[in-house]
Write a new protein. Structure first.
Length: 183
């Protein structure tokens, strides 16, 4: 495992797990949300976003998180491992809810000066509503999408406990060895 993509529904913990994997394996971490959300919540132009993904994934080794289909062809074709955080809807919803509350109350800066607000938390594209638009669809579509990339070893983690056990067993010495495919 040298080029790893971590995917999952918004709020599943992609960035947290990706950062932890990167630290444990001594690899750089890239967060697609940071490249997509410019100042004042403006979406990066497509060419700019794809260039960021292209530049980052041109490295020898990396860990990147994000579900952006607009650059999937770049990242997934260069990756060797796809870690899919496929948690139940109620787990993800609870995580999104608590995370949103913490971010709004704590006025936490996310990317490029952006912060979540009470008003923004209920907009159509906010994580609290986005989960209902994407969670079950992604659960159906991900196996088919992953099958189009035979270069990927797919690790499907179905609960936070399973993810924690998998991460605890991850070792830098065994990073190049084939990893189990929990199914």
């Amino acid at each position: 495992m040298q080029r790893i993509i971590v995917i999952g529904t918004t709020g599943s913990g992609k960035t947290t797990l990706a950062r932890a994997i990167a630290a444990k394996l001594g690899l750089p971490h890239g967060e697609q949300d940071a490249w997509n959300h410019l100042a004042d919540w403006q979406e990066a132009p497509l060419a700019q976003f794809r260039a960021a993904v292209d530049f980052f994934t041109a490295q020898h080794g990396w860990v990147m998180d994000g579900n952006y289909g607009k650059a999937r062809d770049i990242g997934w074709s260069r990756a060797d491992t796809l870690i899919w955080m496929d948690y139940p809807g109620q787990v993800v919803f609870w995580r999104v809810l608590t995370r949103t509350l913490q971010r709004v109350i704590g006025k936490q800066e996310l990317w490029n000066g952006n912060r979540e607000t009470w008003r923004g938390a209920v907009q159509a594209d906010a994580p609290l509503r986005w989960i209902f638009k994407t969670h079950w669809r992604r659960r159906r579509e991900t196996p088919e999408l992953a099958a189009k990339y035979p270069n990927l070893a797919v690790i499907r983690l179905r609960s936070p406990c399973e993810a924690q056990r998998w991460f605890q067993n991850l070792s830098p010495e065994a990073e190049s060895a084939p990893q189990p495919h929990p199914e």
